[in-house]
Design a protein around this ligand. Structure first.
Ligand SMILES: Nc1ncnc2c1ncn2[C@@H]1O[C@H](COP(=O)(O)OP(=O)(O)OP(=O)(O)O)[C@@H](O)[C@H]1O
Length: 277
């Protein structure tokens, strides 16, 4: 399951996050007319870099800041402080150029549910300025690769399982052949077959297309299988970073990645995990 660490030290830096902070204001008391708001940091001074062709995992429990981090990296949220750059381009100042290099896949992907994957993907292709036949061919190749039957391409999305919809979201993200891919919990809630299809696709993206991938997960075996390096996030902060082996070693001889996570964050990831169907 665990793979040997690859040496990526001579590769260029694809993504560089420096002292990133993003907070949200929440109503914590007061009255209807005089509410009291408190600012809490969902991402609290996070710094890391990812090299070209690397798969970097951010592992943390519910509410630890994973999605906020992904959204800030993908230009959807403006950081309160700190910077994110993709191949030297700043995600805030060079947003249009960054969007050509990067795409995000998340479970909250918006689709026209009464339309088929084909119709949804062709609509997105039009927004991206892609030619229809190029987009259709690319989407079909990705969906077949992810194990979706051709006939599902023409059925309404609302009739599809969550796993199938997630595969369509992945195919949409790849219409533009992004060089940096942000995958926010790509396999959460998927059945074992779909989970494996998605994981194999992620490895193929790295090996065949030289993509740089940042993924968030709750799933320890997934992080060990896919990621070159892993960061543990807790309360919006990175508490440790390294290869799975380095993180296990931090916890001591004979320890698992889960032991390391509990020891370093004081939290138990297993309590969040959705039962595998
Ligand atoms: N739009 C928002 N407005 C207010 N608070 C928010 C918003 N988005 C996130 N938060 C808060 O920020 C914190 C981090 O949330 P985030 O969704 O980034 O965590 P997560 O690790 O992705 O969780 P999950 O695994 O459940 O998706 C939480 O306390 C959450 O309530």
């Amino acid at each position: 399951m665990a793979h040997r660490a690859r040496d990526l030290s001579n590769r260029e830096i694809a993504l560089h996050v420096q002292h990133l902070v993003k907070g949200f204001s929440k109503k914590t008391g007061g009255s209807l007319l005089r509410p009291v708001h408190t600012e809490s940091r969902a991402v609290d001074d996070v710094s890391f870099h990812v090299r070209r062709g690397e798969i970097y995992g951010v592992l943390g429990p519910n509410g630890s800041g994973k999605s906020t981090l992904i959204r800030a990296m993908s230009t959807l949220l403006i950081p309160d402080a700190g910077t994110v750059s993709i191949f030297g381009l700043d995600v805030v100042h060079d947003e249009a150029q960054v969007r050509r290099l990067l795409n995000r896949v998340s479970v909250d992907a918006a689709f026209y549910k009464k339309l088929s994957p084909r119709e949804n993907l062709l609509y997105s292709a039009q927004l991206y300025g892609l030619e229809r036949h190029v987009a259709e061919e690319r989407a079909l190749v990705t969906l077949r690769r992810l194990g979706l039957k051709d006939k599902a391409f023409f059925e309404p999305l609302e009739e599809m399982s969550r796993g199938m919809q997630q595969k369509v979201a992945i195919a949409r993200a790849f219409l533009t052949s992004p060089v940096v891919v942000l995958l926010d919990e790509p396999t959460t809630g998927l059945d074992p077959k779909s989970r494996r299809d998605v994981q194999e696709f992620v490895l193929e993206l790295r090996d065949v297309h030289d993509a740089t991938i940042i993924l968030t997960t709750h799933d320890m075996p997934e992080a060990e299988r896919l990621c070159d390096r892993i960061a543990f996030i807790s309360g919006g902060r990175f508490v440790a970073e390294g290869t799975a082996e380095e993180l296990r070693t931090l916890a001591g001889p004979g320890k698992t990645l889960e032991d390391a996570f509990i020891e370093l964050t004081g939290e138990d990831l297993a309590k969040d995990e959705e039962p595998t169907p």
